[in-house]
Design a protein around this ligand. Structure first.
Ligand code: ATR
Length: 290
């Protein structure tokens, strides 16, 4: 990569950001397309967020990703928020457009693309059991409701949080039927009997953690399971699904697809199909074997 006076800067702000896979896939895509951009990680503390965003603005940075814990906190520092970011309550991509910083959320479109490509899942009219009620769950709910699901059960460890998430969406999507559930195995298994998609948005599954003994055998024929966790690539939930032949996928496709969408917002170009996913897989494979 040759940095010159004309090179446009992209980046990511987060804390921590050292382990982010985004610099690898974006810089590889920049090189693949022969573009004059460079993508840099910036570690930003919560108390420095406003100063950092204004600094990026003053430096004329072309765009940046926003990751944990700044996805919601960044919103007041931007000039415009896209409708899907507003609904998600989070921004993961900022683009400089006519000297204004515009906030987008590409996680939701990334999820829908991965569900379609990896599981052939069509959200229109579907029934979903959503595990979790945090930021990732809100983004997923925004995308699924916008895409026309007919029913969502939110299952969260802290039930009040699940209820709050449900209530904040109820008024906005009159055609969607909402319900809540605990994460007790018996209650979850009852809910699972009537859904087309089980979607895990929690961090459960990372580092070998697992939900307490859920039996997936009662799920309908044709139902699928998506786990947003991608490291390890096969979480206990996915292993249980695979062992009884339920189609399932981890979050790698979503990570790649949100990156592709951000890249295209900034550059107007798309990396070759499957390129970002391949970069991510190589990088994760390298991390696992080192
Ligand atoms: P994110 O922005 O990644 O969604 P978050 O807002 O902290 O992160 O939300 C984490 C989600 O994972 C929550 O739904 C959380 O449940 P609580 O609301 O009860 O905290 C869920 N979660 C995290 N660890 C969990 C565990 N060990 N068992 C069950 N749910 C868990």
């Amino acid at each position: 990569m040759k940095i010159s006076g004309k090179t446009k800067v992209l980046g990511i702000i987060g804390r921590p950001v050292e382990h982010s896979l985004s610099p690898v896939m974006h810089n590889a895509s920049i090189a693949e397309l022969g573009l004059d951009y460079a993508y840099v990680p910036f570690h930003v503390e919560a108390e420095d967020l406003g100063t950092a965003v204004n600094g990026l603005r003053a430096l004329g940075v072309k765009g940046f990703n926003v990751t944990i814990p700044h996805k919601t906190a960044v919103m007041p520092f931007l000039d415009k928020i896209s409708p899907e970011a507003e609904l998600s309550g989070a921004v993961n991509t900022v683009s400089r457009e006519n000297n204004r910083l515009v906030g987008y959320n590409t996680d939701g479109t990334g999820l829908l693309k991965s569900l379609r490509e990896d599981l052939n899942f069509n959200p229109a009219g579907a029934s979903v059991l959503l595990m979790g009620a945090g930021g990732a769950a809100r983004g997923a709910l925004a995308a699924l409701c916008t895409a026309g699901v007919s029913r969502v059960i939110i299952a969260n460890r802290t039930e009040t949080r699940g209820r709050e998430l449900m209530e904040s969406f109820m008024g906005k999507f009159n055609t969607v039927k909402f319900g809540i559930s605990s994460i007790e195995p018996a209650e979850l298994e009852a809910g699972l009997k009537s859904v087309d998609l089980l979607l895990n948005t929690t961090s459960v599954g990372m580092n070998g953690s697992a939900f307490a003994g859920i039996n997936l055998a009662g799920m309908c024929h044709g139902a699928v399971i998506y786990d947003m966790v991608y490291s390890p690539p096969e979480t206990p939930l996915l292993a249980a699904a695979a062992s009884i032949g339920i189609p399932c996928a981890n979050g790698i496709g979503m990570l790649a697809a949100q990156g592709e969408a951000a890249f295209s917002i900034w550059t107007g170009l798309e990396p070759p199909p499957g390129f970002m996913r391949k970069c991510l897989m190589n990088e994760l494979q390298g991390q696992l074997s080192s």
